[in-house]
Write a protein that binds this ligand. Structure first.
Ligand code: NAP
Length: 322
């Protein structure tokens, strides 16, 4: 089958290791289902893999891609929960399974014509969502959904700051926060991206690191080192900073005086449960909430798609269709 894979690891120039071409179809496994991929979307995770973060050279060549929507052999239209995990090993919570991994990491990724996934990871795609839209939901959108709905401790009327304007998780967080009745503030690195965030529904937009007119109830941060201190300065006493990414670096300085005197809660968040993905899909179906898609590329042109993600110029999700 045709697939997009990491052939080499290059920490500095991740695209150097990217190849497209024939790869063996994923092997059948008991309890797993084959899905014919109709659309897949890119995530920063694919760049991390090409850089060798979380990917060992011994596993090369390695088919990339965790976000998939497609059709099963018996004709079911589905999207695929991107986390391969066993709730039993996690004490009832799949997110706490010590052996959990992303779809691509578990066996063979979704930037391909076919993917094989555990049957429990299949979520029915409503007819109202296109395959391209559905393929945006399992990673960035589910992560943003859980950050807001479960981890941020916010309710309608609260103000949330989303760090970063155009990222997959950021655009999801803005759209979902607006749908949830929150006041939404966004920081972005460029004027055009800030304006696009406003078009998604942000109530106010700011330059990265700019002092805000007031403190917010919660911060959604997937940027990391470039925004971390601003996140802690921007949250109100007793507020919450939810962190799920570190695109700009994972090693940060934290003012402990501020942390304990302002009684700030910092929460890590990673992906979401399969049931939460079903709830997110139901929200999109019922309320017409839709992912913002930056661009759609053919599988054969996947290099251009990954270049777009790596450039930092994308606004929203980069989608690939076989
Ligand atoms: N924990 C999880 O389960 C989970 C799930 C999904 C993603 N993630 C992580 O979340 C992060 C974002 O993922 P993504 O797929 O949304 O990536 P992405 O589409 O590449 O987004 C990058 C975002 O980071 C911002 N950014 C990057 N460098 C910056 C800098 N130096 N200063 C300020 N802002 C900067 C960009 O802001 P502008 O738009 O303003 O340029 C953009 O919003 C990644 O680190 C990823 O690994 C984690």
């Amino acid at each position: 089958m045709f697939a997009v894979y990491a052939a080499r690891i290059d920490a500095e120039q991740p695209l150097n290791g990217l190849e497209t071409g024939d790869r063996p179809a994923p092997p059948k496994r008991d309890g797993w289902t084959t899905v014919t991929v109709r659309a897949a979307s890119l995530n920063h995770h694919d760049l991390w893999s090409l850089r060798g973060v979380g990917l060992d050279e011994s596993r090369l060549p390695f088919v990339l891609g965790s976000d998939v929507a497609g059709v099963t052999d018996d004709g079911r239209e589905v999207l695929v929960h991107a986390l391969v995990a066993d709730p039993d090993r996690g004490g009832g919570d799949e997110l706490l399974d010590p052996a959990r991994g992303m779809l691509a990491d578990a066996l063979c990724g979704g930037l391909a014509e076919f993917v094989t996934v555990p049957a429990r990871n299949l979520v029915d795609k409503p007819a109202s969502l296109s395959f391209e839209e559905a393929a945006c939901l399992p990673t960035a959108w589910l992560t943003a959904y859980r950050m807001l709905q479960v981890r941020a401790d916010v309710r309608p009327g609260h103000t949330v700051l989303v760090q970063g304007a155009g990222g997959g998780v950021s655009t999801a967080a803005v759209t979902l926060a607006v749908a949830a009745g929150l006041r939404v503030w966004v920081t972005g690195r460029s004027g055009p991206k800030r304006e696009k965030a406003r078009a998604l529904g942000a109530d106010a937009v700011f330059e990265t690191g700019q002092r805000l007119p007031d403190r917010v109830d919660a911060v959604i941060d997937t940027v990391g080192a470039a925004t971390w201190e601003h996140s802690l300065r921007s949250v109100r006493p007793g507020g919450t900073v939810v962190v799920a990414g570190a695109t700009a670096g994972a090693l940060v300085k934290t003012d402990l005086f501020r942390l304990f005197l302002q009684q700030i809660t910092i929460r890590g968040s990673a992906m979401g449960r399969v049931g939460e993905l079903r709830d997110l899909v139901a929200l999109c179906d019922a309320r017409g909430v839709r992912p913002h898609i930056d661009s759609v590329h053919r599988l054969e042109s996947a290099r251009a798609a990954v270049e777009r993600l790596e450039s930092g110029d994308a606004f929203g999700k980069v989608v690939i269709t076989p």
